[in-house]
Ligand binder design. Structure first.
Ligand code: PLP
Length: 411
């Protein structure tokens, strides 16, 4: 499955393996995707709005990508809006839907009913959480739903939160830190019964889960190419036909007046090629990645005492192994792993010397002490079983070492 090999290298006679285990942060661009993009930098570099041959070639590449995305989402190409990434897609979905309601553009809801209500979960990405905060500052009202200890939203909580002026329910498909997959279809049904729209942030789900928009029940769905072996800085907002969304940036009439600015043609071509490729191979690649993930989880649990798996044991993303390790400080562990050639991440943010648990771990009810030892390992196509065994070996050694030098932290 290797897309770029993790060749074992030797420096100062010490063998060092390079193991990238941060695929939730970003992925390498697949060589086939790079090849698809190159002509749009070098030959077909026109502005897709131009009428001449260069413009027409760029336009054709972009429209081909739109069809590729539509084929995966099983929607109409004109329901696809290209953006600068997951963050912009999330902002456009939330702010666009709420402001459209306020301006009286939502055919299902009269703005005289209430200020406009949005439902999200406590473990959304900051692109959602901070957009919701911005909307609150403009008089919209937001309900933030709790999650259970596995990170799952309770359907009865969604139902109970609905109000006559609920415009939008936005719940992520799969979580970026702990990998928990939400019951999006059921949540969409509850939203629709109340005449509200359903948006899902599918940024982490892009490579692994079914993206059929109708089957999910999504009116709005966000994707980002760099999470599925495509380039950074390009994303998608799927907008179901006739969903009332007010454009959030003003300028030209690109993307059928829904998103102004000259389109990132090479990026869009790369996004289309990457999504198409990943879904053509989804079954085999998911199986491969799940094998690595489970080998990793098993290895860590067998070799290291005091380890807690975060997120749902079964309803979890194919590539995600998230842990909290007792008696450890994540930042130190990450640096030591890096020195051994392993790229990992943590769910804790280090701010001015104090380690703050992430909002996701807080929402799960993880104690501050345990959250300090949070470690997220996300596997991908270029990883091998040998990489996983090496990682488990190194991790077990480092944890024992760090616990020995910091016995106070084990109390
Ligand atoms: N939503 C989720 C769940 C994510 O994991 C990310 C990126 O990590 C984003 C949104 C933002 O995507 P982008 O980096 O393309 O802006």
């Amino acid at each position: 499955m290797g897309i770029h090999s993790n060749a074992t290298s030797s420096s100062n006679g010490i063998p060092a393996r390079s193991v990238y285990l941060d695929h939730a942060a970003t992925t390498a661009v697949h060589p086939d995707v790079v090849a698809a993009m190159v002509p749009y930098f070098t030959a077909s570099y026109g502005n897709p709005s131009s009428v001449h041959a260069w413009g027409r070639a760029a336009h054709q590449g972009m429209e081909n990508a739109r069809r590729q995305v539509a084929a995966v989402l099983r929607c109409r190409p004109r329901e696809i809006v290209f953006t600068s990434g997951g963050t912009e897609s999330d902002n456009l979905a939330l702010k666009g839907a709420m402001w459209a309601y306020r301006r009286g553009l939502n055919p299902r809801k009269d703005p005289s009913v209430g200020p406009g209500h949005l439902i999200i979960s406590a473990i959304e990405h900051h692109a959602i959480l901070h957009s919701a905060e911005d909307l609150e500052s403009h008089g919209f009202e937001v309900t933030v739903l709790p999650v259970d200890r596995f990170g799952v939203v309770n359907l009865e909580d969604v139902r109970a939160a609905i109000r006559p002026d609920t415009v939008l329910v936005s719940i992520m498909y799969a979580n970026n830190e702990i990998g928990t997959i939400q019951p999006v279809k059921e949540i969409a049904e509850i939203a629709h019964e109340a005449g509200a729209y359903f948006h899902t942030d599918a940024v982490q789900a892009g490579a692994y889960l079914d993206l059929n928009a109708d089957a999910i029940g999504a009116d709005l769905l966000s994707l980002s190419a760099h999470k599925f072996y495509g380039p950074k800085g390009v994303g998608v907002l799927y907008m179901r036909h006739e969903t009332a969304v007010l454009p959030q940036q003003h300028g030209g009439s690109q993307e059928s007046r829904r998103r102004a600015s000259t389109e990132n043609v090479p990026g869009i071509v790369g996004l289309g090629a990457a999504l198409s490729r990943v879904h053509a191979n989804r079954e085999a690649e998911s199986e491969y990645v799940v094998g690595l993930r489970d080998r990793l989880i098993r290895g860590v649990q067998e070799r290291i005492p005091g380890v807690h798996l975060m997120g749902h044991p079964e309803q979890r993303l194919h590539n995600n192994a998230a842990f909290c390790i007792e008696g450890l400080e994540a930042e130190t562990l990450l640096l030591r792993l890096d020195m051994r050639g392993i790229g990992a991440s943590s769910g804790a943010a280090c701010a001015s010397g104090s380690t703050e648990p992430s909002h996701v771990l807080r929402a799960l009810g993880v104690s501050r002490e345990l959250a300090e030892g949070s470690l997220r390992l996300t596997v991908g196509l270029e990883n091998t079983p040998e990489d996983i065994d090496y990682t488990v070996e190194v991790l077990a050694g480092l944890v024992a070492e760090l616990r020995a030098v910091e016995p106070a932290m084990q109390a």
